[in-house]
Design a protein around this ligand. Structure first.
Ligand code: COA
Length: 176
């Protein structure tokens, strides 16, 4: 097994573990139904919603979205981020207009500790499709930095409409 990345079994779930010298352990595992209410709380946070330029969903819409659009679709890649045993967020990949895109969300309690960077790096070991894209609001400097640290570069800039009708400027970032 590599000293950087190894795979170990925790229960029946596949878990990717990182370097042993991390002060906290950032793991990815399969998404469980019990994670969905925690993801709901994460996306409800107003600061997070503004950062991502994505309106929060109400509980029913959130559960419906995760169960029908993400968990039930085998073409969608999805992992739960676990930090020191806590569900800290998620990483997802999906096909959008013929191109595979990645997205992620980290709960506020875990921000600023390198969690997103570590989680995306690990996810990219599983999600091997290239090029891989990310759509990120130009004001989301944290997410842009996460992507750059993982090798993505800015390809283009565009104004897009959000589900609530608002407009936002976003970068299309690409990993080759
Ligand atoms: C954006 C987000 C994923 C960052 O997660 P995180 O775990 O705090 O990120 P990391 O700790 O790995 O930080 C990576 C880098 O970004 C920087 N960064 C993170 N958040 C930042 C912020 N709000 N402002 C400025 N820089 C920030 C960190 O300093 C770090 O840079 P450095 O290594 O050069 O010091 C998290 O805030 C989040 O989930 N926000 C809401 C949802 C969202 O925006 N998702 C992405 C949609 S594209």
């Amino acid at each position: 097994m590599s000293s950087i990345t190894s795979i170990q079994a925790v229960g029946r779930k596949e878990v990717i573990t990182g370097a042993r010298d991390l002060s906290r352990e950032v793991l990815l595992r399969d998404v469980q139904d019990e994670d969905l209410p925690i993801f709901f709380e994460h996306q409800l946070d107003q600061d997070a919603s503004e950062m991502a330029a994505f309106p929060s969903r109400d509980r029913d819409a959130h559960m419906e979205h995760w169960r029908t659009k993400i968990l039930a679709d085998e073409t969608v890649g999805k992992k739960t981020i676990v930090v020191d045993g806590d569900v800290a967020g998620n990483v997802v990949s999906w096909v959008q207009e013929g191109e595979r895109a990645i997205g992620y969300w980290v709960g506020k309690a875990h921000w600023g500790k390198g969690v997103a960077t570590e989680a995306v790096r690990k996810f990219l070991v599983h999600e091997s499709e290239r090029p891989l894209y990310a759509h990120v609001a130009t004001h989301n400097v944290g997410s842009i930095r996460v992507l750059q640290k993982c090798g993505f570069i800015i390809r283009s800039r565009a104004r897009v409409s959000l589900p609530d009708g608002a407009e936002v400027e976003e970068f299309l970032m690409e990993l080759r």
